[in-house]
Structures are given as C-alpha cells and as structure tokens.
Design a protein. Sequence first.
Length: 319
Amino acid sequence: MEYSAIKDVFLREYLNTEISSIEKLNNSGANLVYKISVAGKAYVFKVCESASFPDKWFIGCQQFFEQLIKNNFPCPNILAARDGSYFCKLGSYYVQVQEFYSGANPALGDKKVMANLKVILKQLASTNGMSLAQCKTPKYGVETWLLQYETELIQLNNMLRDLGYQSYFQDVKNTVVSSVLLLNSFGYGSFKKVPSHGEVQGNNLIVSPQGKVLALLDWDSLQLRPAIFDVATSAFFLTRKERGGFCIDLPRFREYVQSFSNFSRSEIEAIEPLLRLYFVPNTQLLKKMMENSPSSIEWYFNWALSALNEINKLDIKKW
C-alpha cells in the first residue's frame, strides 16, 4: 500500500491531524503493518486482505473488543473510525488503527510476568465469547490439522517436493497423524471452548519494570478454542532459557501450567500433541514465506523441528 494512500485513509477515516512520518514495520504475519507518527503520539496502521479475513470475523471481533475495553483488559486501544467501527473496509482491504505501544517485552521465565499473565488469561477465558461463535481465524494451525489433516498433508507434500525439501515430509506426516489421533483420543474437540488470543508469546506482550502486563498485542488469531491452548503455547514460549531457541526450563514449564489448577488430566495430556500441531510446518505459512522471504524457508524448517524435538522432552505423562 502506498504511503500516500495510507495518509489519505488515516486523515479521512480517523484523525484529521498533521502526520510527521509513516514507517513500515517488520511483521511475520500476512498483514501489512505501519507506524504513523503524529505530534506527540504514534499509531499502528494495519492492513488486512478481506479475502483472508471474512466479514463475520471482523464483526465478531469488534463486539468482543468492546467487551474487553469496557472491562479494562490490557488490549491495544483501538481507534474507532468515523462511522464508529473498529475496522474500516476499503475495497478489498480492512484497516485497523490502534495506539502504538513502546515498551519492553518480558524477560523469559519472569515469575512476576507469568503470575500476572495467568490472571489475564483467566480474565480472557471468562469473557463472554458469544460474538466469536462464528469467527474462524484465517490462520492455519491446530484447528486446520484436526479438521482436514489428510488434505493438508497432500498439499504440503506437493509443496515440499517443489521446494526441494521433501526429505522433511515423512517426519512431518508422522508427527501430524500421531498428534491428531492423540488429541481425538483425549476428546480435544469436546473441551470447553473460551475466547483465545492464539499467539500469547513474548513479542506480543508489553510489560512494566515491575512485571505487570500493560498490553497483549496482535489479535489476528482470536477465536474460541479450548482454554488449554493459550496456557500451553504461552508456557512453551515464556519458559525458554534463551530467545531464538527452544531449550525449555522444564520445572518452570510444569509449575506454570499446574498453577492454573482447573484443567482435567485429559486437557493436561493434550498439551504435547497440541504443541506439535502448533509448530509443525503448514502450507499457508510456507506460501507466505515463498512470496515474501524464500531465503528464510530452511531456517523456518530448522526452527520448527527444534521446537518439535523439545516438546518430546516435556514428558507430561510422568507429571
């Protein structure tokens, strides 16, 4: 999107003020994200393809965000467009504008942050999620593998063959099939579903020096999921011993998960196969990487395989 078009939309639909700068931000997702600076303030200007995000998702998210804001939940302060909506539709795109948060991401394993995050995840899970009932995130992941893993595996096999990475396929296939069977045996589909952020990790958290979570960012994966989902993924990301890798502090991982104390044995044992399906390479992400950063594909496979190897060490059956 041209900077002149961004400026025009921001002034026409949001704030009629002088813009000092527009800067494109790095973003691993499918959306285009910009930082707009005005006098004494900055905003995030997010552009989403409407073909990827169905109308029902935006409508449901808007109603849900109204609840979060009313309940003082630490989510971004989203600006309403002139028509009062939190998402502005412009042709084949949706635009969202929110305040820009500059602050620190949490230190890995910070006990104060994780204790505060536990409170926040419980608040999120207890928020009325009726508006999200028809919302399905456009991102692939655990849900897609569970619904149509055979079709996805065929597409992934073809894609890996074209990329020259077919040697990875058999390991990926074995991981997917065994994980789907395990989750089904635990009754994952029948677990109580709650509002789920879907990407609770350090880069999406802004914290104070005292360990208070000031903002949970990037809600592109918002939908209803089993409550164990956000707990499992946040535990795996935040109890790593160092950034960039997946060496997990196993006692801290266990302590954090068990501190929730409201999960059944089946939900706890679902963590390992859930995490495997979360990290296993998927076709949508590979397509985006082929378009935007093909040189990163080998790094991505090694990153994903590193996570999968570490998940095997959790050994949750022995808890």
